[in-house]
Design a protein around this ligand. Structure first.
Ligand code: SF4
Length: 207
């Protein structure tokens, strides 16, 4: 059963009402099962993860770096949950991490999960003053970033300030970190930034 916000509230309300009724002594009695009687069982709903392989991953939303288990079947994610063996979150996920599945899927009008067509899966580049985005390869983007960073640093690196004090900095470059990186990655980025002489350096979580 797919739990929507509406039926979650309905189920919660029903559970509270039932437990209140039990406390007041007016809950319906549990049916007495005759051990000799043949039981007609209700087939349990097939688990979404029954035939899936499990891939361990890190939550991509914030720098806490919680561990997640992704269940994958036929190259598609069928479910995501907290990794109970991960030392940081021990299986728990916050509300954002719990919604990771919906970063990749949206629901069509029949309630079927379909891959979100808005997901960026390619490098798009818009040249200065251009109005159109052009598709590029990841290798091109990495080379271009490295080339432009070096050229800017070579041109603007200052060893001393106007008062003659040693500063070894490049004010023409800035670095913005990402909350999608782990604390360890951000630690390494900070080292790179300092070694490059970049002083304009920030991060949305101030890591
Ligand atoms: S967004 Fe939540 S689940 Fe994801 S890493 Fe941060 S705290 Fe953990």
């Amino acid at each position: 059963m797919k739990i929507s916000r509406r039926n979650f509230l309905w189920v919660s309300g029903a559970a509270i009402t039932a437990s209140l009724a039990a406390k007041l002594g007016c809950a319906p009695k549990e049916p007495v099962v005759d051990p000799g009687e043949e039981q007609v069982g209700v087939e349990p709903e097939e688990l979404r993860v029954q035939y899936a392989s499990t891939v361990t991953q890190i939550c991509s939303i914030c720098g806490v770096g919680c561990g997640v288990l992704c269940y994958v079947e036929d190259g598609k994610i069928t479910a995501v949950e907290g990794d109970p063996d991960h030392p940081i979150n021990e299986g728990a996920l916050c509300s954002k991490g719990s919604a990771l599945y919906n970063m990749y899927y949206i629901y069509d009008e029949k309630g079927n999960a379909i891959q979100n067509p808005q997901r960026m899966t390619k490098v798009l580049y818009r040249a200065p003053k251009a109005t159109d985005w052009v598709e590029k390869s990841l290798d091109w983007a990495i080379d271009e970033i490295a080339k432009r960073t070096k050229a800017t640093r070579d041109e603007y690196f200052k060893e001393k300030n106007a008062a003659g004090q040693t500063v070894n900095r490049c004010e023409a470059l800035a670095w913005v970190g990402s909350a999608m990186c782990t604390n360890e990655e951000n630690y390494l980025f900070r080292k790179l930034v300092a070694a490059t002489g970049i002083v304009n350096n920030d991060h949305c979580a101030r890591l």
